[in-house]
Ligand binder design. Sequence first.
Ligand code: CUA
Length: 340
Amino acid sequence: MKGWQQYWRQFFLFGLLSLALTGCGIEELSTLKPSGPVAAMQFDLMKLSFSIMIGVFIVVMLIFTYVLIRYRKRPGQQGIPKQVEGSHTLEILWTVIPFLLLIVMAVPTVTTNFELSKAYSSEEALQVRVTSHQYWWEFEYPDLGVATAQDLVLPVGKKIQFTTTSADVKHAFWIPALGGKIDTNPGLETPLWLQADRTGIFYGKCAELCGASHALMDFKVEVMEQADFDNWIAKMKGAVETETVGATSEIAKQGEELFNQSCLGCHAVGGKGGKLGPNLTNFADRERVAGILAHTPENVAEWLKDPQKIKPGNNMPNLNLDDTQVQALVEYMETLSVED
Ligand code: CUA
């Protein structure tokens, strides 16, 4: 039987090829393509420490190779070579150089840290309260009287002051292309400010192991022009004040009735409902279901039939709905929109 030694060339080749894959990333979800000042500052720090590391690696390898060749064993050489130890010059040199390199990294790191831990007031920044739950995100705009879940909506080019906390266990709030991350802790409020410099869609992640569905705890960030954002806020407020969202068709009305009986205790729609589950006021406007599935009526039905199948360990009970009930609920939920 062949040992692994027979295959070392293949291992080596595939090892090298796997390096090529490490560069993969998409703009909406990459720290290497910063789309705001915080992400840019963090990327600068990465570039700085990486250049220093590459520099050190090259110098060490050059010296290593030189020594290997220069002091190799020559033909006819007997015994071990002359041993040298305790060179003061060398000792000082390899203490001072790393010290200086660490200073070069430490100064910008510390100043950036102070810059990033500033907390801005309502006059300076849009305030957003983030609460993490197993396994979804709640976003509230306390100054604007609006709440949403899973889809975070932000105006472009404006500082956003997040106040983060958790409803259950420790999670971490992270929008790679905009910056972060920050741990969200139950019973503690932690500030984080971010800003998006271009409109579009970004994706956020939970970055702290928080339970069975940690890896499924994604959210979407939609960055829009200030006017569009104001418009969205106005519509969301309208839905809260007039409770006009929802049911149009007969089957949707049946769905609404069922929803009011079975779901409203945990989920808010417009001005009514509970806060235990995601706010569903603009559910039909979301591109994803549960933060991870494509938003199709089939997927909504799939979720309603067995929530645990899609996100194991989440807090939504199986309501044991029959197909007609599921259909009515889906029909109703697809009318929950604040868009025209
Ligand atoms: Cu929430 Cu991981």
